[in-house]
Design a protein around this ligand. Sequence first.
Ligand code: ARG
Length: 457
Amino acid sequence: MKKVWGGRIKKAFDKDAEKFNASIDFDKRLFKYDILAGIAHTKALFKTKIITDEEKNKIIKGLKLLLKKENGIDWKKYEDVHSTVEIELTKLIGVLGKKLHTGRSRNDLIATDEKLYLKDEVKNIKKLLLKLLKTILELAKNNKKIYMPGYTHMQQAQIISVAHWFLCYFQKFKRDYELLKFIDQRIDFLPLGAGALAGSGFLLDRKYIAKELGFKNITENSMDTVSDRDFIIDFLNFTVITANHLSRFAEDVIILNSNEFSYIEIDDAFATGSSLMPNKKNPDIAELIRGKTGLFYGNLISILTMLKGLPMTYNKDMQEDKKPLFSSIDEIKNIIFITEKFLRSIKFNKEKLLFNIDKSYMYAVDIADFLVEKGIPFRDAHFLTGKLIAYCIEKKKSLKDLDENELKNISKYFDKDFIKSLKPEKSVNLKKTSGSTSEKEVNLQINNAARLIKNET
Ligand code: ARG
C-alpha cells in the first residue's frame, strides 16, 4: 500500500494490520469532496504565497483531471481517500503534487470532506422530503370528503376525515424537513485550517477557503474542529426521527390494509404474493419501510458509543463514523423515495369506511356535547351517553334505531332528531378548535401546507 507517511516508522506495516487500518473501501465515496477541498486549499496556499501562481494552476489542473479519472483508480493500493488523491496527483503532475498537503492534516481534511458530502446529501434528502410532503398534501386535498374511524388505544374513538389523517403525517414530515434545514445550518462551518489539532503554521485565509467551498462560517477552535462529529450525530438523529415517522405511517397502512379493516387497498404494483398461499397479497413494501427503522437507531447508537469517552482530539476510532453515516444516508433516501411512490398508489375503501362508522358508536362525544349544550354538566352527560351506548350494545341496536321511549328512559334530554341527523360529515364539523378535523380547520391546514411547499420550491 502506498502511504503519505513512513519516515518515522522503521518496519514495513504488517499486511493484516495494514488491511485493518485502511478505510479506502468506504471513504473512496468522498473522492470528489477531497478534490474540491484540495482545490480550495491550493488557492489559499497561493494566496499566502507558499506556492506560485503557476504551481497553483498546475495543481488545480491536475486535481480536476484526477476527478475525471476516478473510474481508472486502483483503490486497493491506498490506505485512504486522502492518500489516493495526493499520490495520484503526484503521478499526474510530478513532485509538485507533494506540495498539496502543506499546512493541512488529514484530521481537518476528513471533517471537511464529510461535511461537504453531507451538505450535498442534505440537499438531496430535502428534495425527497419535499416531494413526499407535496404528495401527502395532494392526497389530503383529494380526500376531504371521505371519513374514517380515528383510533386511540387501537379502539374506534371518533370520526375524522381521511384528509386529517394525511395531514397528521404532513406535520410529522414537515418537522423532519425543518429539522434537516436546521441541521444544515449547524454543518455549515469549515473545518479546514484547523490542521492536526493546533491550527496551521501558514496563514491560510479560512474565510476565503470557506467561501470557495460554499461554507457560510468557519469553526472557532481547532481542537473542537478535529474532534467534533456532532454534525453526524445531528444528521443520524434526523434519520432516526424521520424513519420513526415513516415506520408509523407504514404500520398504519399495514393495519388499515389488513382483511380485518380493509379501509385501504394497496396497489398490486406495490404488493407481493406468497410462494405457498395463493390467496395472499402482502404489504411487503410497507413492512420493509417499518423494518429498516432499526438500522437508523443502530447507526446513531454506534456513533454515540464510538465518540463517548474519546480524549481530545482526533483519534482513529473516528474513522468508524463513516459506515453508519453512509448506510443511514443510503437507506433514508431509499425509504423516503419509496414511501412517496407507494403512498400515491393507495386507495381508501369509502364503502367499508362508511359501513364501519355506521355500526360504531363514534358519535358518542357529539351526543354528550349536545347534552352539555342543554345545560347538563359534562360528567353527567358522559355517564348518560355511556348508559345509552351500553343499552344499544345489550339490545344489539345502533343509536339511530332507538325510539323516543328508549331514549327518554335514560334521559329526557336526548333528542331523537339530533341523533338521527348525525353523519360523518356533521360529526367532523362539530369540532370547533383550531387544528381539529373539521373541514374549515382541515382547509386551513391545507393552505398552510401549500404555503410551506411554495416557499420551499
Ligand atoms: N481515515 C481517517 C478517518 O477516517 C482520516 C483521518 C486520519 N488521520 C490520521 N491522523 N490518521 O478518520
